[in-house]
Design a protein around this ligand. Structure first.
Ligand SMILES: Cc1cc2nc3c(=O)[nH]c(=O)nc-3n(C[C@H](O)[C@H](O)[C@H](O)COP(=O)(O)OP(=O)(O)OC[C@H]3O[C@@H](n4cnc5c(N)ncnc54)[C@H](O)[C@@H]3O)c2cc1C
Length: 468
């Protein structure tokens, strides 16, 4: 047994930290997990992934959004939706998820320490306990830093958590606005913009790039733009924000967002969603011989090892792709590498889910990438409205698009917009992983009526395209 207090100490209880700690404990190692917040689960469970997806679900249900195609545009489950209505569902799910994580950590024998951790030397951390019981030094043979990120805040902006807020503040909003400015059209900005718009909030979204989500297939983004406009959202793209001011007008406190082009947005609230910064500022990294980059992130090698060999980092704190899904796997692998266990690496092919309304998901390459790479490809498409299940659920806007090699017929990419896109994509992911061909979908029988049938229809469409 080593002279350290623990074989592995994990900092942070988000997806990366949880999986690192559980993997280490499963290997029979003395493992502790330090979390500075009063509850475990990290940003993923408490303020980010789970709350935003549950809010979305609450909005879709209460606003009657999914049923409007069938029962008419004015259909609503509840006429006046309040923040309390949305929080009812969100708090229920968060409580349950926290409990699941806590029980998994307990069952596996991980010691959870409710404290903020900072290095005093490469193997020792000072823990400042959240309950005010003071400080204690602990030592560990190996450390995994899984401290995640914090929403980036421009210091010149008047953030008050209510009128000018970041996504980490959403659950603390006292009331829903009638009008909202969203500054930043990345994944989180687009998700929240479309969630608020589905509630009937008049949303104006500004981004300095000329198009939303530049890494997503252009045709899918075009379809998203169309639906955002349909939900009465204004998109000001290619515009720079030059100032944000709080102001009182006859109707109470408002926000004025000034654009460099002289345009102005006056709205009840403004959501600032311009990236996230690694939560490394309080770790005293210098004492461990480490340094973060200008965005607070840590560099690691393929084994998630920092330049100090016994210190690993995983999850959002190491940057791209900054997803809960990939963070879990990175954390697990970091713990394996700490104890010399051979593993695979995180697969290069992973799906991306964007929970806008409508939902987007993709895996593999898009048309722009294939064009740049000079790969001869063909496209096959299926619209949900052509599929019985699409009619049954009242989704007439969904679309699934397959990209495959014209000569080898190998599947190259799957791009979906519409209901359950982030679930459907996994069929394509499996075929892509095993280098399958478009013929797989043609020769398979799918449950009827399901959205999965879109794969078959899209495959026939694509193969027809080969013959002109
Ligand atoms: C609004 C929003 C929506 C998202 N939606 C999705 C989605 O749909 N799908 C998806 O895959 N991903 C989504 N993400 C991304 C996902 O939440 C992150 O990728 C994931 O949470 C990263 O996990 P992590 O373990 O690296 O860190 P986190 O979940 O950020 O957890 C880090 C933990 O470390 C703790 N900590 C920090 N410093 C210290 C310290 N010094 N001492 C002790 N504890 C410390 C923090 O308190 C925190 O609890 C979303 C993010 C946001 C913001």
């Amino acid at each position: 047994m080593s002279s350290y207090d623990y074989d592995l100490l994990v900092i942070g209880s988000g997806p990366a930290g949880q999986r690192a700690a559980i993997q280490s404990a499963k290997l029979g190692k003395r493992t502790a997990l330090v979390e500075r917040k009063a509850v475990v689960g990290g940003m993923a469970i408490n303020t980010g992934t789970i709350p935003s997806k549950t809010l979305r679900e609450a909005v879709l249900y209460l606003s009657g959004y999914r049923e409007r195609e069938i029962y008419g545009e004015s259909y609503k489950v509840k006429q006046k939706i309040s923040m309390d209505d949305l929080l009812f569902r969100t708090e229920h799910v968060i409580r349950h998820e926290i409990d699941v994580v806590r029980s998994q950590l307990q069952r596996n024998g991980v010691e959870v320490l409710a404290a903020e951790a900072a290095f005093t030397d490469p193997h020792t951390l000072r823990l400042k306990f959240a309950d005010g019981t003071g400080e204690r030094a602990v030592s560990a043979a190996n450390v995994v830093i899984a401290t995640g990120t914090e929403a980036t805040r421009d210091p010149a902006l008047p953030f008050d958590g209510q009128n000018v807020f970041v996504c980490d503040d959403v659950l603390g909003l006292k009331r829903l606005p009638r009008t909202l400015a969203v500054i930043g059209g990345g994944v989180i900005g687009c998700e929240y913009a479309s969630i608020f718009a589905a509630l009937g909030v008049r949303v104006t979204l500004v981004d300095k790039l000329p198009r939303l989500l530049p890494f997503v297939d252009a045709e899918i983004v075009e379809a998203l733009n169309y639906h955002l406009h349909e939900s009465r959202m204004t998109l000001w793209l290619g515009e720079t924000v030059s100032g944000v001011e709080l102001m009182e007008n006859g109707a109470g406190r408002h926000v004025k967002v000034q654009l460099a082009s002289s345009k102005q947005i006056v709205a009840e609230k403004a959501l600032y969603s311009i990236g996230r910064t690694g939560a490394t500022g309080n770790l005293n990294l210098a004492a461990a011989g480490l340094m973060a980059d200008e965005r607070g992130r840590l560099k690691v090698d393929a084994q998630f090892r920092t330049p100090v060999p016994h210190i690993f980092a995983a999850g959002d704190v190491i940057g791209f792709p900054s997803l809960a899904s990939t963070s879990m796997e990175q954390g697990r692998l970091a713990a394996c590498h700490a104890f010399g266990i051979e593993t695979n690496s995180v697969p290069a092919l992973f799906p991306y889910g964007i929970y806008t309304i409508p939902e987007i998901s993709y895996v593999g390459r898009n048309e722009e990438q294939l064009t740049q790479q000079n790969i001869p490809y063909e496209v096959g498409k299926a619209n949900y409205r052509e599929i019985a299940r699409g009619q049954i659920i009242g989704d007439s806007i969904g679309m699934l698009k397959l990209l495959f090699h014209r000569e080898t017929r190998e599947l190259l990419g799957v791009h979906i917009i519409g209901e359950s896109a982030s679930e459907l994509v996994h069929i394509g992911q499996a075929v892509l992983t095993y280098c399958g061909k478009i013929d797989y979908f043609i020769n398979s029988v799918f449950n009827y009526p399901t959205l999965a049938e879109c794969y078959k229809t899209a495959a026939f469409d694509g193969v027809n395209g080969l013959n002109g």
